[in-house]
Ligand binder design. Sequence first.
Ligand code: ATP
Ligand code: MG
Length: 245
Amino acid sequence: MLQLCQVRYTYPGWPPVVDGVDWAMAPGEIHCLVGRSGCGKTTLLKLAAGLMQPEAGMVLLAQQPVMTPHPDMGFVFQSPNLLAWLSALDNVLLPITLHRAAQPEDIAHAHDLLARMGLSALAQQRPPQISGGQQSRVAIARALVTRPRLLLMDEPFAALDAITREELQNDLLAVCQAQGSSVLFVTHDMAEAVYLADRVTVMAQGKLQGEVQVDLPRPRPSDLRYTPRFNALCAELRAMMDEVR
Ligand SMILES: Nc1ncnc2c1ncn2[C@@H]1O[C@H](COP(=O)(O)OP(=O)(O)OP(=O)(O)O)[C@@H](O)[C@H]1O
Ligand SMILES: [Mg+2]
């Protein structure tokens, strides 16, 4: 699905911010990337998305080089970035309507995604009329409307309260499972990483420093977060983060 081979990137005047990164994701997998502020996570995600080109190495999506943002990829960034003058439904349809008129099946799919996100009643509301958590759900539905094979998410839930965040984690897992999408998810929250991921990778100083394989079964019920195995994995991840400080 996604492959990064020895990817390097340097902002002028600084040491490389992404330095020889290898990554491989199989279809349907969910990978999380954690690391301290400024370690290069967003830069790595932008390189994977084709928004920036590496100075060395390669990014491949389904074995094809990624030179520009690809229709098989969806993006969700930290702020929802919705258009205030469009309804929630029209915001979800935007990746389609930027290129062509929405067809009845597109509109039905957008309604279906809004329903999965618990937003059916708000489809005609505009962003200023809905809450921050609801706006985040609209942004996720928008990223999924083209049925991307890969979703790239940069701390999409960071601004939300803990309960809303847990609800959105469940919504994300359900929708991705229904669509078979792979996800590369950046977060600061170690419990979020363990709950979502098949694999959590720790980044520091531009390099991938280690990873934790999350052997928890799916589907993952909410109360999994209170089990000894879940807490052991969080502790393992925490120890790895402390080690690479
Ligand atoms: N456009 C830019 N020009 C120069 N330096 C940059 C630019 N963007 C980011 N950097 C630097 O590159 C480093 C990595 O930035 P990046 O945004 O990838 O970090 P991050 O791991 O996503 O951090 P955070 O967790 O705070 O979002 C930082 O030291 C930052 O100052
Ligand atoms: Mg960042």
